[in-house]
Write a protein that binds this ligand. Sequence first.
Ligand SMILES: C[S@@+](CC[C@H](N)C(=O)[O-])C[C@H]1O[C@@H](n2cnc3c(N)ncnc32)[C@H](O)[C@@H]1O
Length: 202
Amino acid sequence: MSVEEATFWEPYYQQGTLRWDLGQAAPPLVELLQAAKPKPGRAAVLGCGRGYDALLFADQGFEVVGFDFAPSAIAAATALAQAAGSSAQFLQRDIFELIPEFENQFDYVVEHTCFCAIAPEKRPDYVRLVRTLLRPQGELLGLFFTHQRPGGPPFGVTSEEIQQYFRADFEILSLTPNLNSIPARQGEEHIGQFRLKPLESI
Ligand SMILES: C[S@@+](CC[C@H](N)C(=O)[O-])C[C@H]1O[C@@H](n2cnc3c(N)ncnc32)[C@H](O)[C@@H]1O
């Protein structure tokens, strides 16, 4: 079964065997919101899972849409949002099919354990997707899983590779080793803020 199919991911949600699920928003994204204080706007959370990061951004005044193609992830995220009285919305979609519907619709794209979940050969498509979802000057706020183990998912990546993928289209405002990762990911995460370059400079 391929990671590119929802049927790969859906059983994990149905069985509740979610090794990646923190049960809360990722602490580095909480800290990024406090430290960088991005101006609230419209945000897309890609591969949102049960939606904790989407709820975090909605709580901070962002207008959030979380996308995931696993139906049980979207059902769980929607139920959590309703229970919390959150404005976050969740849509069951393949992220690689969001264009043209969502072209130029977002001020931010939020990345957390989606880039490591897609097949590595789809990474250029992911960069193109983020570029196309964003409005001018839009930003990618990303927590990347930079482990170096072979295979996946989660598929590892280095900080240098991330920069190679994104730097043609994005100004890398920051990309640093993350200091407040959960214990299982200590020393294996980078947090970054990338701003879309003006079209004429790409
Ligand atoms: C490792 S999980 C992380 C989920 C969530 N970000 C979290 O941290 O709890 C990866 C998620 O990406 C979703 N996903 C992977 N490829 C996708 C695609 N092409 N379109 C939509 N969702 C995708 C999976 O269904 C899964 O929920």
